[in-house]
Ligand binder design. Structure first.
Ligand code: DAH
Length: 339
């Protein structure tokens, strides 16, 4: 047994030399020190020894165990160091390399202006609501007091799916939906896309954008409308922005008006931006027609309201000095990047 133990020591020493990974080392540990390992196998024969030999061999066996453990620990340290170095080499990062520039996107200029308008109006107490772009003839026309045969209903101007369903031609279609479902006070805006059968050219597109505004409460007057729009346009174009109202007609407002903004480029002198007019037409507006209120179940003797519908596409064009609307919808990244 003494010889066996001595041999085991030598064997361990030589096998350890060859070990190069921690996995191999673990296997070796099991091989020599495990329950079915070689040292255990030798110790199992202790029973055959005489009473005098047993403590001597026992002490020797303990020495051998300690020898094996110490050497494995030593080897383990060396291997761990080598493995760490290898990993550091493999995962090395050259911090002197220039970084890769990530291209950051941004919102579309149309969306940007819509968001800005909404932010301002939200700040004035409006709530943003939305309605469907595929809507019914009722919400788009009838509820807005368009009589049968009104020219706006003409299939030459409106995309119909069938007699009742259409692509909304105006965000005003959201008005009745809101008034049917809420009691005054109502103070909402509805931004979104609208559709009309327009030929595509520099200033027309069959799809464009509007922001609808609607306020219904007791004692709402034209002064509230003017104050709201004056504030909105001063916030967008600066404190010297001037607006004016011209009488107009819309079936769902009475009285109705169109609102112009004094040209922000020439301040009324007349220039290319305003096509020599000095003023730029911005929106339609008015006091909600009593019949519209009534159809939505709101008593016009108790409540009144104002509404406006602002087209934002031409506004985006004049703001950024872009003279062709088509550029905004072609999604040429070289164009869009400029904003
Ligand atoms: N919906 C109208 C249009 O598309 C614009 C409009 C006019 C909206 C008057 C309104 C309004 O809310 O009161 O031409």
């Amino acid at each position: 047994m003494r010889e066996n133990l001595e041999r085991l020591k030598l064997q361990v020493a030589s096998e350890l030399e060859a070990v190069e990974s921690s996995a191999e080392l673990d296997a070796l540990k099991v091989k020599f020190l495990g329950k079915k390992g070689e040292l255990t196998a030798i110790l199992k024969q202790m029973g055959k020894l005489s009473a005098e030999e047993r403590p001597v061999i026992g002490a020797l066996a303990n020495d051998v165990r300690k020898f094996i453990e110490d050497n494995i620990a030593l080897r383990s340290e060396i291997i761990a160091k080598a493995e760490l170095e290898e990993r550091l080499k493999a995962e090395a990062v050259d911090v002197t390399l220039p970084g890769k520039q990530k291209e950051l996107g941004h919102s579309h200029p149309m969306t940007h202006l819509l968001d800005e308008i909404c932010d301002i109006l939200i700040g004035m107490g409006f709530e943003v609501v939305s309605g469907p772009e595929i809507d019914t003839e009722y919400y788009n026309f009838t509820a807005l007091n368009h009589p049968a045969g009104h020219p706006a209903r003409d299939p030459q101007d409106t995309f119909y799916f069938n007699d009742e369903v259409l692509l909304r031609t105006q965000t005003s279609s959201v008005q009745a939906r809101v008034m049917e479902n809420r009691k005054p006070p109502i103070r909402v805006i509805a931004p979104g896309r609208v559709y009309r059968k327009d030929e595509v050219d520099m200033t027309h597109s069959p799809m464009f954008h509007q922001v609808e505004g609607l306020v219904v409460d007791r004692n709402i007057t034209m002064a509230d409308l003017k104050g709201t729009l004056d504030t909105l346009f001063k916030r967008i174009y600066g404190n010297d922005a001037k607006i004016r109202f011209r009488p107009h007609h819309f079936p769902f407002t009475e009285p109705s008006a169109e609102m112009d903004l004094q040209c922000f480029a020439c301040h009324g002198e007349g220039c290319r931006v305003c096509k020599g007019e000095g003023w730029i037409e911005m929106l339609g507006c008015g006091m909600v027609h009593p019949r519209v209120l009534e159809m939505c179940g709101i008593d016009p003797n108790e409540y009144s309201g104002f509404a406006f519908g602002l087209g934002t596409d031409r506004m985006t064009m004049t703001r950024y000095g872009v003279n062709d609307l088509r550029l905004f919808f072609e999604n040429d990244i070289r164009f869009l990047k400029q904003f």
